[in-house]
Ligand binder design. Structure first.
Ligand SMILES: [Zn+2]
Length: 289
């Protein structure tokens, strides 16, 4: 770690002053999970720059072959996704929640790493990869249970994964896809889909309302690792701004809401959040002593 990548002390102190007051709602994006090994579509070296086409809702609904290809690839990718671990950034957010400073997390990530880090008040805005749903009857179930069902009908099948993408997809040759067997909903025989909001799909209205309510109850908004290019997340920053809340943005690279930020840190997430939480929690312990 080069010294110049660390955030300036005065900016860090300004962020700590806001977060240390408590009532913080976190809005997190892909940039928070890159240090866990999950690539960011939009970040440097992200999947967009390697011509990976993101999965769409229309693929699941209208393209049985595309859906089959998704599941074959995703079956290979799941054990890797399942084993991904939270990094210093997620752990710092969880520590701030334990200390009653963070009141909730709205995440655009589908990797469940906030949950694994120990955060309990989390809204998964775009769903979770560890849950699957039936497109026929709407029944939800665990991805691990589905994985076991798929494994049972694919004994001896092997696909060679070459790269993992943020949606749990991997690259896989067509011959492996053809030989793969997929299962359907155990209840109604309908097609299955990860319980994730894909491109071309809307976030369920109740989940959006819950997220707005979380921001309504906040004292400040802390944006972590999101370029805020997507309206789905950016609307909560706009909302916080309308409410007059201080907004702290920590992201590597520009964001679409930099002009709304009270404090802006362009620095690595894990290191910066560790420094920030140490600064705040040390101060809190001193003042409680
Ligand atoms: Zn079903």
């Amino acid at each position: 770690m080069h010294a110049e990548t660390l955030p300036p002390t005065d900016v860090l102190t300004a962020a700590a002053e806001i977060v240390g007051r408590g009532g913080v709602v976190v809005l997190s994006g892909a940039g928070l999970s890159t240090e866990s090994g999950i690539p960011d579509y939009r970040g440097p070296g992200g999947a967009y720059s390697r011509n990976h086409t993101p999965i769409t809702y229309q693929l699941f609904r209208d393209d049985p072959r595309g859906r089959h290809r998704y599941w074959a690839r995703s079956y290979i990718g799941w054990p890797m996704m399942r084993n991904m671990q939270p990094n210093a950034g997620h752990l710092s957010v969880a520590a701030l929640e334990s200390s009653k400073l963070v009141s909730g997390v709205i995440t655009q990530n589908v990797d469940s790493l906030h949950h694994k880090a120990g955060s309990s008040s989390v809204i998964d805005l775009h769903g979770r990869l560890d849950t699957v749903m039936c497109m026929g009857c709407g029944l939800r179930g665990s991805r691990d249970a589905l994985h076991a069902r798929i494994a049972a009908v694919n004994e001896g099948w092997e696909g060679a994964a070459t790269r993992i993408n943020p949606d749990g997809d991997v690259d896989l040759p067509d011959s492996s896809v053809e030989a793969f067997a997929m299962v359907d909903c155990a209840a109604c025989g309908g097609p299955l889909k990860p319980d994730v909001v894909y491109f071309g799909e809307s976030v369920p209205p109740a989940r959006v309302a819950d997220s707005y309510a979380m921001v309504d109850g906040a004292s400040s908004l802390l944006v972590l690792g999101s370029s805020l290019h997507v309206y789905s997340g950016r609307r909560f920053v706009t909302h916080a701004h309308k409410l007059g809340l201080p907004i702290v943005i920590i992201n590597q690279g520009e964001t679409k809401a930099d002009d709304l930020a009270t404090v802006r840190l362009d620095a690595p997430l894990g290191t910066t959040l560790s420094l920030l939480s140490d600064l705040i929690l040390t101060d809190t312990r001193k003042s409680n002593a």
